[in-house]
Design a protein around this ligand. Structure first.
Ligand code: PGA
Length: 241
């Protein structure tokens, strides 16, 4: 694991962007593994700015996202499909047919997990962007999720529901379940960039880097991958020895 501690959120975003830019410059048909949440918003803004100012094209780029809430359609403002369109896909020249997320409204959830797993066999990310939950989750792989897990339906923990409720009008509105890539899917990516910002992530970041490799902190499994870059701001990195 390579660990980069940056001054603040903006520098974290710039550092992550420099890796992404290198990959899409070298490989214009790269597969990007993307994440939602507050953490990558600055990265996506830099990708949009670079597209607008320097003409970096996403015409050949494909993307797969980590997760989606069960029950939310792509036009629901709280869905991750909506988030991705809003923050990135609508603002660059990517072909939407090449962007993929689990379908939140799939009627047959098991079939949807199978579909996504099959898709991930053909679309292996050249780089996977990850945030980390304050409980150490990656994607929606909550503590207790094993290393050999693939796309599955997750019952979100109270901790995650509480963390994510800041984006909803009422905590009751937060979906209780999500589709998520498993740890095995995530570890199949060629390169992984984990981003974290803010003091509320400091314990999870320490557990990921210094704690036991265990399902108690799903992010700790990333230590078994050979190309992981952890990019954190000072606050999120403050407990790293
Ligand atoms: P956040 O979420 O970026 O909104 O903090 C990260 C995560 O839960 O993986």
């Amino acid at each position: 694991m390579k660990i980069l501690i940056t001054e603040n959120y903006d520098k974290m975003s710039e550092t992550a962007f420099s890796f992404v830019k290198e990959i899409i410059t070298e490989k214009p048909d790269a597969v990007l593994g993307l994440a939602t949440g507050s953490t990558p918003i600055g990265l996506y803004a830099l990708m949009v700015r670079d597209h607008e100012q320097n003409g970096t094209s996403y015409k050949g780029i494909k993307s797969v996202n980590l997760d989606e809430y069960v029950g939310l359609s792509a036009d629901n403002e709280q869905s991750y499909a909506y988030f991705m369109n809003y923050h990135l896909f609508d603002k660059v020249d990517i072909d939407k047919n090449n962007t993929h997320l689990p379908c939140g409204t799939a009627e047959d959830k098991k079939a949807e997990c199978r579909r996504y797993n099959e898709l991930l066999k053909t679309l292996v990310p050249d780089v996977q962007i990850l945030g980390i939950g304050s409980n150490g989750h990656i994607g929606f792989n909550e503590p207790g999720t094993e290393k050999d897990s693939v796309t599955h339906v997750v019952n979100l923990t109270e901790n995650t529901i509480k963390d994510n409720s800041r984006l909803f009008d009422r905590i009751e509105d937060v979906p209780r379940q999500a589709f998520s890539m498993g740890i095995k899917n995530i570890l199949a990516s060629k390169k992984i960039i984990v981003m974290a910002s803010g003091e509320n992530k400091a314990k999870a970041v320490r557990a990921m880097i210094e704690g036991p490799v265990s399902s108690a902190c799903p992010a700790s499994f990333l230590r078994e991958h050979n190309d992981v870059v952890v990019v954190v701001d000072k606050a999120a990195g403050k407990l790293i020895k």
